[in-house]
Design a protein around this ligand. Structure first.
Ligand SMILES: *[C@@H]1O[C@H](CO)[C@@H](O)[C@H](O)[C@H]1NC(C)=O
Ligand SMILES: *[C@@H]1O[C@H](CO)[C@@H](O)[C@H](O)[C@H]1NC(C)=O
Ligand SMILES: *[C@@H]1O[C@H](CO)[C@@H](O)[C@H](O)[C@H]1NC(C)=O
Ligand SMILES: *[C@@H]1O[C@H](CO)[C@@H](O)[C@H](O)[C@H]1NC(C)=O
Ligand SMILES: *[C@@H]1O[C@H](CO)[C@@H](O)[C@H](O)[C@H]1NC(C)=O
Length: 591
């Protein structure tokens, strides 16, 4: 014991002051070792101890400084997840035939959506975007009478609250429409404005006018029109049809009302809002003078011009104000709110939206002009790289397949494109099973046919649907496409794509775009994770490509996904070239 304490003392002294060791007296004669031997052993032990300590410290430092994993950005829900866009009247009708009248309404509703959440989860939809469900005057649910009331054809506020509760439990986000530029004529606001009641007097855009001149004005969408109102004996302005008078966004009261509407739904747990056709608001700003009225000049509408060119309002400011409301609900991570606009996808304007605080700009990759289809997409992808773009193929106002080159044969290839791009895919209900526009109905109903759940009359409703079903439901439907047998139905391909999208390189990898004729190729690669090459044949003939030569990816690749079952046989390993049939797509993984 005595000996050990001496040893400790020695170490301490040496540790504190290296020279001290010379003067330490120790009784070492009891051991077999001579004085020198002990000294040497101690030194060796001491050096060993110090080296050990140093490497321990170095080890800790290295562990602390070195990255534990490859870089992972802090992605928000709107950076990566797939949006499923629902036209509620056409998704699922939960109402039963009345036993006495033998009638139901044949209109989809909120309870119908609730009943199909398992399906939505199964196909990887993490964000639901439900089109306008507000009480309105019109079939389109654009002429809103009350922004904070659910139209009874869709159900009740209780149904909405229940839907939000269950979607939250299932970790799904919810986005709603925000229709801010007009209301329906039956709105309390308009009724009060007609009677010039207090602040409501200026809720809409009125001007004194001669009924004989204005009554018969034709509506010109985008340029506006006027309708004479018999109650107020003045004309009101409407960019759309006369049942939708434009709100006077120059009025601070109106702007406040709109913000309260946002708060109302945010309080109900909504995660974001979508504003349709935002470019019209911009155009309105540009055209905001006398040219708005048929044949009338600026001077005849001085008052109006004064309001419309006022500095109190510009649209970036309006967007920023809404964004500020949304931000006030962003109280902790995971509570981020999104402001989404659909706009003409001229990328210059798009940048203005982002600058004003817009989260996602929704565009259609198939629209626009350019030489070939593949070239158009190539241009768009290069432009859009690294921006938060929402990729959509159609919605309730536009064709599911807008391009003449595109037919059902290309659906799987186009779904591959949508699922593998940076940004957010917006899947319009039914695209995942390959639903197409109705062959004979006219727009917009041809894009709004009932969701095709099964081959027995679509399974959409027990009642006569409000709009004709697409006759292809016999083969194009969820039940048939989910059945065992064919692993390459549109629905199964869609589901595999959603799984593929979970990979890091698709979530935040950079994109590099290449094209060889009609063959579109792009890579997605995140540091430290496998990269992917997506190749899509957008032409009408077979292509053979050496991806290594065309894009510089390694020769060693693995096919992880393809759209058609016969694709496997097309790989020629000897020269790492690949033969791709028209309208086929393939995804290769490389290290
Ligand atoms: C909208 O409806 C709600 C619920 O019925 C009602 O409380 C509110 O006053 C209405 N708002 C307007 C502007 O009509
Ligand atoms: C107003 O909103 C509707 C529906 O969201 C949209 O279709 C229309 O283009 C908008 N008009 C303007 C002027 O923004
Ligand atoms: C609208 O007003 C602005 C500013 O007063 C003027 O410069 C412009 O020429 C007018 N536009 C039209 C189309 O009259
Ligand atoms: C976009 O902006 C660039 C640079 O300012 C300009 O050259 C180009 O013509 C613009 N494109 C459109 C479509 O306005
Ligand atoms: C990545 O992609 C592969 C191949 O499609 C897929 O099996 C896997 O589930 C994906 N997800 C993740 C998280 O890696």
């Amino acid at each position: 014991m005595k000996y050990l304490s001496n040893e400790n003392e020695l170490e301490k002294k040496i540790f504190i002051n290296g020279r001290e060791q010379q003067h330490v007296h120790l009784d070492l004669n009891e051991t077999g070792l001579g004085k020198k031997g002990w000294k040497k052993l101690r030194l060796i032990l001491l050096v060993g101890f110090l080296v050990g300590l140093a490497s321990l410290i170095a080890g800790v430092v290295i562990i602390l400084l070195a990255p534990k994993h490859p870089y992972r950005p802090d992605l928000k829900w709107y950076d990566k997840d797939t949006v499923y866009e629902i036209l509620p009247e056409s998704f699922k009708d939960s109402s039963f035939k009345n036993v006495y009248t033998k009638k139901g309404d044949g209109v989809g509703d909120l309870k119908g959506i609730l009943a199909r959440l398992d399906y939505l989860k199964d196909i990887g939809s993490k964000i639901l975007y439900i089109n306008s469900i507000y009480e309105s005057n019109d079939e389109d649910h654009k002429a809103i009478v009350n922004h904070t009331k659910i139209d009874e054809i869709y159900g009740s506020m209780e149904d909405f609250v229940e839907l939000r509760k269950v979607t939250k439990e299932m970790k799904m986000r919810l986005i709603m429409d925000f229709i801010s530029n007009h209301t329906g004529k039956q709105s309390q606001w308009f009724l009060k404005s007609q009677k010039k009641e207090g602040k409501y007097t200026d809720y809409y855009i009125w001007t004194t006018c001669d009924p004989q001149t204005y009554r018969h004005d034709l509506m010109v969408i985008g340029r506006g029109a006027w309708t004479y109102d018999d109650t107020r004996k003045e004309c009101y302005f409407h960019q759309l049809e006369s049942d939708k008078p434009d709100l006077n966004l120059w009025s601070a009261d109106v702007r406040q009302e709109l913000e309260s509407i946002l708060r109302f739904w945010l309080d109900k747990g909504v995660d974001g809002f979508h504003v349709q056709d935002f470019q019209h608001l911009y155009e309105d700003k540009i055209l905001g003078n006398g040219t708005l009225v048929n044949g009338k000049t600026d001077s005849e509408h001085k008052d109006l011009n004064r309001i419309r060119t006022s500095d109190n309002l510009n649209y970036p400011k309006l967007l920023k104000a809404w964004k500020t409301v949304l931000e006030s609900y962003n109280t902790k991570p995971g509570r981020e709110k999104a402001l989404i606009v659909t706009a003409k996808d001229d990328l210059n304007t798009t940048m203005e939206y982002f600058d004003a605080g817009v989260t996602i700009v929704r565009v259609n990759p198939l629209s626009d002009s350019g030489a070939s289809f593949a070239e158009r997409i190539e241009t768009k992808l290069k432009d859009a790289n690294s921006k938060r773009i929402g990729w959509m193929y159609g919605d309730k106002y536009s064709s599911r397949l807008t391009n003449s080159l595109v037919g059902p044969v290309q659906i799987k290839a186009l779904l591959t494109l949508q699922a593998t791009l940076p940004g957010a895919p917006f899947n319009y209900y039914g695209n995942e099973i390959g639903m197409t526009d109705h062959p004979t109905l006219s727009p917009p109903n041809k894009y709004r046919t009932p969701m095709q759940w099964n081959c027995k009359g679509t399974g959409f409703s027990q009642n006569t649907p409000w709009v004709d079903r697409n006759p292809d439901y016999i083969t194009v439907n969820v039940e048939t496409e989910n059945a065992i047998g064919d692993e390459y139905t549109t629905l199964k391909v869609y589901k595999r794509l959603q799984e593929l999208r979970e990979n890091e390189s698709f979530q935040w990898g950079t994109m590099s775009v290449n094209r060889d004729g009609d063959l579109l190729m792009y890579t997605r690669k995140a540091d430290g994770f496998p990269g992917y090459l997506v190749a899509i044949n957008l032409g009408t003939s077979k292509v053979t490509e050496s991806f290594h030569a065309a894009t510089g990816i390694p020769k060693e690749v693995k096919v992880v996904f393809h759209t058609h079952k016969d694709d496997n046989s097309a790989i020629s390993l000897s020269d790492t070239s690949y033969i791709l049939d028209p309208s086929h797509a393939v995804v290769l993984e490389y290290q």
